[in-house]
Design a binder for this molecule. Structure first.
Ligand code: MN3
Length: 216
C-alpha cells in the first residue's frame, strides 16, 4: 500500500485532510468525517506511537518498513503495529482517494483495464459495491493491481490488514467499518457505498494505476 504516511517515522502524526470537513457533503457528512479523522484515525496514530516510545532502535524505521517486517518485531509490539499502523496507512489512502463532487468517469488506460477485467465501468461498480455490502464485520474493500497476474482484483481486507505493496498496488479503497457511515446511514451500508461513488477521486486512481503499470 503506497500512502503518504508510509514514509513517516516515529513519532507518527495525523496529516490534515486534503479538503475541508464539509467538502464531501451531502455524500459523506461533516460530523462523520470529523469524528472519523480527528477521532478514529487520530486514535490509531496515538496507539501506534505509545508502544513504540521506548523502542528507540525502531525510531528510524518508516511505517512501510515496520509493516513489511511486522512478523520480525518483538511479539509484544506486533498486534499494536499491525492494527494501528495499518489503520494509519489505510485511512490516509482513503482520504486521498476521495475528492469533493462532482467527479467524472475514469479514462485512458485505467478505463480500458476496467473494461477488460469487468466488462464495463457499471459492471465493476456493481461488483465492488456488492463486495462492500457483503463484507462481514469490520474491514475494507479495495481494488488492486496484482503484480503477478497483472490483473485488477477486488479484495476484501479484514480489520486493518494492509495489502502487501510487494505483491499488489492499491487503487481504490473503501472503509466499511460501521464508524465510517453509521451516524448518517445507520444500518444502510449500501446507501453509503452509493454515496462513495460520488466522491471517488478518479485522478488519484489513474495516477496510481499509471505508476504501477509503468513500473512493471
Ligand atoms: Mn475508519
Amino acid at each position: 500500500m503506497i500512502a503518504n504516511v508510509t514514509r513517516q517515522t516515529y513519532p507518527f502524526s495525523l496529516p490534515d485532510l486534503p479538503y475541508a470537513y464539509d467538502a464531501l457533503e451531502p455524500h459523506i457528512d461533516q460530523k462523520t468525517l470529523q469524528l472519523h479523522h480527528r477521532g478514529h484515525h487520530n486514535t490509531y496514530v496515538q496507539k501506534l506511537n505509545e508502544p513504540l516510545q521506548k523502542e528507540t532502535a525502531l525510531h528510524a524505521r518508516t511505517l512501510d518498513e515496520l509493516l513489511r517486517d511486522v512478523a520480525k518485531l518483538p511479539e509484544s509490539l506486533r498486534a499494536a503495529v499491525a492494527n494501528n499502523g495499518g489503520g494509519h496507512v489505510l485511512h490516509d489512502f482513503f482520504w486521498n482517494a476521495m475528492k469533493p463532487a462532482p467527479n467524472r468517469e475514469p479514462g485512458g488506460a485505467l478505463a480500458a483495464a476496467i473494461d477488460r477485467e469487468f466488462g464495463t465501468l457499471a459492471d465493476f461498480r456493481r461488483k465492488f459495491s456488492d463486495a462492500s455490502a457483503k463484507h462481514f464485520a469490520s474491514g475494507w474493500v479495495t481494488l488492486v493491481l496484482d503484480h503477478g497476474s497483472k490483473k485488477l482484483e477486488i479484495v476484501g481486507l479484514k480489520d486493518h490488514t494492509v495489502p502487501d505493496p510487494r505483491k499488489t498496488t492499491a487503487l481504490i479503497i473503501l472503509d466499511v467499518w460501521e464508524h465510517a457511515y453509521y451516524l448518517k446511514y445507520q444500518n444502510r451500508r449500501p446507501e453509503f457505498i452509493e454515496a462513495f461513488w460520488k466522491v471517488v477521486n478518479w485522478t488519484h486512481v489513474e495516477e496510481k494505476f499509471a505508476s504501477a503499470s509503468g513500473a512493471r
